[in-house]
Design a protein around this ligand. Sequence first.
Ligand code: ATP
Length: 469
Amino acid sequence: MAERGLDAHLVVERGATGTGSFRLDLRLHVAPGETVALLGPNGAGKTTALRALAGLEALSGGQIALNGEILDRPGTRVGRTRAARSESHIDGPPVNNPDTGVRQSSPDAFEQGALKHDEAKRRSNREGIGSSGIRGSSREGAPGQGTGDARSDRWVPPEARRIGVVFQDYLLFPHLTAIDNVAFGPRRRGQGRAESRALAAEWLDRVGLAEFGKRRPKQLSGGQAQRVALARALATDPALLLLDEPLAALDARTRLDTRAELHRHLAGHSGPAIVVTHDPVDALMLADRLVVIENGRAVQEGDAESVTARPRTDYIARLVGLNLYRGKAEGHQIVVGSSTRTASGSATGSGSRSDAASAEPVGEGGAAASPEGPVVLVASDPLEGPAFAAFPPSAVALYPERPDGSPRNTWRATVSGVHRHGDNLRVQLDGPLKAAADVTPAAAAHLRLEPGREVWATVKASEIRTYPA
Ligand SMILES: Nc1ncnc2c1ncn2[C@@H]1O[C@H](COP(=O)(O)OP(=O)(O)OP(=O)(O)O)[C@@H](O)[C@H]1O
């Protein structure tokens, strides 16, 4: 039986474009009713992944299956057809796809995109892609049946994919009213005008905008426009919902309300959903599972609790606000650092560790390996082998002099930067263990914290979390 939900292996390769090359290689399995957050730094490939799923960018390899139907699968005879269709989607104004809500900045851009898309379709048809967009004869295998290396090339164009997309800038058609924006998708899918408008009215009501149907996008607030965009995506009853930074353009207050509402709608959506976000709070609130991507690959995935409790890369550590180091654990000790020299004033409990394994600390603020050598941290929980050690900036205490009766982890550090962090100040520390520490403004004044100032830093063993690397 065909697998329900999304089952995708997205491989997108971009050759050198003057700014270097990029390869996305990402496996995504999203169950019906499940929401996955795609998180990652700028340029990680999140938008590329969404575009590939929506059909705006052709895969170079792998395949996309939605409820068992293959939407994109480059075959072994990749030739002009794929090149032609990818070129038509990547360049110029993005392809207009009213069903999926693809970006367009003006009616002109909309028309140009539509024309370009029509031309691409004509070209595809000439080259053997039928109106369903599925290329391949029975000789090449039935739909959905992979045949190992001799795979058939299959492609379902964006407008034929049952996918709803909400982009961060809402992408409503500016010349259409809210209700016509929402009705556009059902209309395109062949429903009558009255029926489409009735459905649109129902969806506007569901997102709390029953009274706003006659307004044009520029007469709506950011939060309202976002809700119209969501209604528009949901009105087509999509099998897959894609949301690209759905809350990014909203102010803090609207964001809070809209997030809660979006969460409700996602809970009511029976298909798989993917939310791209930079914001860990959005990810934690909206998603059942997080997939963190860096450089086009998944570096960590799991539920919010496991990812935030045990970050495995510097990016995730920053996201959740932890100091993170990679090293080698020997019982309660974990050796972090890149050379074998022990820095004076490093964490107590460290002798000269000439046997220390080379280890690479990853630290808050992009810390590199300490040039001063390894540091031995002492943690409450014992562990053996390659390990991560993590602690929050709030666990670091700073002193002008070495404190008496020091906790197990005490080291001398130099302040390299100070900036506001909520009600406190976040202090970047250089030295044998690069770290971030949070202090109150009063403590910062008392310690006269400024770049170049030498201080003593401590962390209790019970505050250091260790886990296998
Ligand atoms: N049309 C394009 N042509 C060539 N390279 C591109 C194109 N669009 C994006 N890229 C490159 O592909 C890589 C992935 O970009 P993508 O937009 O998917 O990242 P992202 O994770 O969504 O980033 P952000 O968070 O900044 O939106 C980047 O290196 C980017 O420079």
